[in-house]
Design a binder for this molecule. Structure first.
Ligand SMILES: [Zn+2]
Length: 241
């Protein structure tokens, strides 16, 4: 029999007046959920860390892009492509925790969904970096690629719901995933339609233009996904396969 996860043990170790008092939560508990159970249970963390790596790469690429793009037209052109490649990496790695932890007991579907999103992610990164696809003619095509990559997550989520319809964690994570899909989808829509600057050109040049809204929505989507990832980790740490 497995011992209790270390995080659970630590959470309940503070005693006060004969009663067990649960520790105050926050970032500390999140970190415990990520790292501590690794020491006592063999549930792998790599899909969660792949997602965190993708999110960090995305935000680093965005920051670099917007910091350096004022240098010259040439550098701005290169950096903007890196910005979109970062977002493609974030969306692709976002699939790793839900797919892996939902299907860890079904290696066939686990590998199928992971391979599919990896190939789609690499294709989107190549299209984002390729100069031929930067022309305005391909603007809607690029947006469709991002949108399609996000929407392709519906297949493993519906599959998970059918397999684990009586599992509260499956329903809870689906709620987060729907919210994440809505945030990413809205981001792609704003990017493609250039709202709101199309209505008042020049008015949003400094603040509030579509590219800024797009980044805010991507960060919100990634944070929602992070919360879903923690639910998956708790689920698999406690119940195993
Ligand atoms: Zn950007």
């Amino acid at each position: 029999m497995y011992p209790l996860p270390l995080s659970a043990t630590l959470n309940y170790m503070f005693l006060k007046k004969g009663k067990i008092q649960r520790e105050v939560h926050g970032v500390k508990e999140d970190v415990m959920n990520m790292i501590a159970p690794q020491m006592v249970r063999p549930i792998t963390r790599w899909p969660f860390f792949a997602f965190l790596g993708g999110a960090m790469f995305c935000l680093l690429a965005s920051s670099t892009c917007h910091l350096l793009s004022c240098h010259s037209k040439r550098l701005s052109y290169i950096m903007l492509r890196l910005d979109y490649a970062g977002i493609a990496a974030l969306i692709a790695t976002s699939f790793y925790p839900p797919v892996y932890y939902s299907f860890m007991c079904n290696p066939f579907f686990c590998n199928l969904y992971l391979s599919f999103i990896t190939i789609l992610g690499i294709a989107t990164i190549i299209f984002s970096l390729s100069p031929a696809f930067q022309t305005p003619k391909f603007r809607n095509f690029r947006a469709s690629l991002f949108f399609g990559m996000g929407m392709s997550g519906a297949a493993p989520i519906v599959h998970k719901l059918i397999m684990y319809r009586n599992q509260p964690e499956a329903l809870q994570t689906t709620g987060y995933e729907i919210l994440m899909g809505a945030l990413y989808g809205l981001g792609a829509l704003i990017y493609a339609t250039r709202i709101p600057e199309r209505w008042k050109p020049g008015r949003f040049d400094i603040a509030g233009h579509s590219h800024q809204l797009f980044h805010v929505l991507v960060v919100a989507g990634a944070y929602t996904h992070y919360q879903a990832g923690l639910v998956y980790l708790r689920w698999r740490d406690v119940r195993g396969c």
